[in-house]
Design a protein around this ligand. Structure first.
Ligand code: FES
Length: 148
């Protein structure tokens, strides 16, 4: 039984969800099917997912939306972001001690459906500077795309 879950609420119903079991550093833990690994670890009171390779500082949830990689764990042998990766039944999840190792592969992965674009400017970020740049480029009739 997980320790850190909302089990009752004065207003909202807590829906019943299907459990899933996974392993954290060889310890069998309960999760909710398809929840993110980070949520399952937090529900089991595990908040340190690994340690930084340079200074050994604790790593875990930082942005919680896939932007920082501070939550990296090894899931079934592959480094993944715990906040973006769903738990699978019997998944073996391990903490990262130092830099994660990539698995050995025999051949390059198949990558298909890559769209090729001809543009003048790639704007990285959709904040005030990115939006301002897009307005300026639009006035100059330049071809641009924005990566948010
Ligand atoms: S917490 Fe930042 S990527 Fe997961």
């Amino acid at each position: 039984m997980t320790k850190n879950r909302i089990k009752s609420h004065p207003i909202l119903d807590i829906p019943k969800k299907e459990p899933a079991f996974f392993y954290w550093d060889k310890l069998k833990l309960e999760a909710i099917k398809d929840e993110m690994i980070s949520s399952a670890l937090f529900a089991n009171n595990i908040k340190i997912f690994g340690h930084h390779h340079k200074d050994g500082s604790a790593q875990g949830i930082f942005c919680a939306n896939g932007q920082c990689a501070k939550c990296t764990v090894i899931a079934n042998g592959i480094p993944v972001k715990a906040c973006m990766t769903p738990v699978r039944e019997n998944m073996i999840v391990e903490s990262v001690k130092g830099l994660p190792r990539l698995p050995d592969v025999d051949k390059n992965p198949q990558i298909s459906n890559i769209e090729h674009l001809e543009i003048d400017v790639l704007i990285i970020g959709g904040g005030p500077a990115g939006l301002s740049a897009s307005l300026q480029l639009e006035q100059e009739k330049r071809r641009w795309i924005m990566h948010i």
